[in-house]
Design a protein around this ligand. Structure first.
Ligand SMILES: Nc1ncnc2c1ncn2[C@@H]1O[C@H](COP(=O)(O)OP(=O)(O)OP(=O)(O)O)[C@@H](O)[C@H]1O
Ligand SMILES: [Mg+2]
Length: 306
């Protein structure tokens, strides 16, 4: 388990992380979201013991990251922002070096390296110097380094940043496959990734938690939750008839699509289908919305800024 207790970090007069407190259990994939500069990376650096907190602490698997840092770090794999690596080493040399500092030797070291190389698909660059790798491959070497000792806790700062679509898919699969018995904290700016990967999402703004819920719960806070969005010919006509429905609260046309918001009375979707058929308006696309995470993100981070 991870327990963050009033974790705080100041840089001069800037309060980058402001009394962050939360608990995470094994089996959870926690996503850190938030605007640039919100304090996500700084929080991760403190949890992994790379940056001392100004006050507060975190306890990882029973070990305090300030007073018992080494024991806490043993339990964790960490992919830092930008993945600083030893650029002059080859991928193979670097991973062997990491295996060594993680306490593996001989055959165990070789098999740990080879498992990580398999999982991140690094065979073709095994003998290449890290400095000469493309950005995505550097990222994958960083991930291989983080998972090499099969840690109970993984802290991954934007793990899919810079990866091509195939590799994004691969890495998400990898994270999902490791999720069952680990604690995984990732930060990301890709909201679909949160919905696809995280069992819990924490939105951080100006160093503070402004939302902490499952992605489904967050999406439900969107004003688009249970709205119906459609594309049709005669969109203006559709908007004015549908706006009159008792089931509708209001309508909005944006980017060539009409959205009808529910009043909470009756079944909106059915009422819309019926009305459009009666009016002879042809629909090319219609969907009942779960909600929009990007809109919730903007709302909660704006409220905070205001
Ligand atoms: N070493 C440092 N010295 C001074 N200020 C710092 C330092 N590290 C971070 N900061 C500041 O702390 C704040 C939080 O930065 P942090 O990197 O944690 O943000 P983030 O949420 O990870 O943002 P991003 O989405 O851009 O990665 C920012 O205002 C940043 O400029
Ligand atoms: Mg960051």
């Amino acid at each position: 388990m991870i327990e963050a207790k009033s974790l705080t970090r100041r840089f001069g007069s800037l309060l980058a992380v402001d009394r962050l407190s939360f608990e995470v259990e094994a089996g959870e994939v926690l996503g850190f979201l938030g605007p640039n500069g919100a304090g996500k990376s700084t929080s991760m650096k403190m949890i992994t013991g790379y940056l001392p907190p100004s006050s507060g602490t975190a306890v990882v698997g029973g070990h305090d990251i300030v007073s018992d840092s080494l024991a806490a770090r043993r339990l964790m794999g960490y992919l830092p922002e930008g993945a600083p690596l030893y650029g002059e080493l080859s991928v193979g040399q670097f991973l062997a070096f990491v295996a060594g500092i993680r306490g593996f030797a001989g055959r165990d070291a070789r098999s740990a390296v080879s498992a990580a190389v398999d999982r991140l698909d690094l065979h073709e660059v095994f003998n290449q110097t890290i400095d000469t790798l493309s950005k995505g491959f550097k990222r994958r070497v960083g991930l291989a380094q983080a998972i090499l000792h099969d840690p109970a806790v993984l802290i991954l700062d934007e793990p899919t940043d810079g990866l091509d679509p195939n590799q994004k898919h691969q890495v998400r699969r990898l994270i999902r496959s490791m999720a069952e018995d680990k604690i995984i904290i990732i930060s990301t700016h890709i909201l679909e990734e949160v919905e696809a990967l995280c069992s819990r999402a924490m939105i951080i703004s100006r160093g503070r938690i402004v939302a902490d819920a499952t992605p489904t719960e967050l999406v439900r806070r969107s004003r688009y939750h249970n709205a119906v969005t459609l594309m049709a010919d005669r969109l203006e006509t559709a908007a004015s008839v549908l706006g009159e429905l008792d089931e509708a609260r209001e309508v909005e046309i944006r980017e060539g699509r009409l959205t009808v918001f529910p009043s909470g009375r009756g079944r909106l979707y059915e009422a819309i289908s019926r009305t459009l058929a009666e009016e002879g308006i042809e629909v090319s696309e219609i969907q009942l919305e779960a909600g929009r995470l990007d809109e919730v993100f903007r709302e909660v981070t704006r409220e905070e800024a205001a």
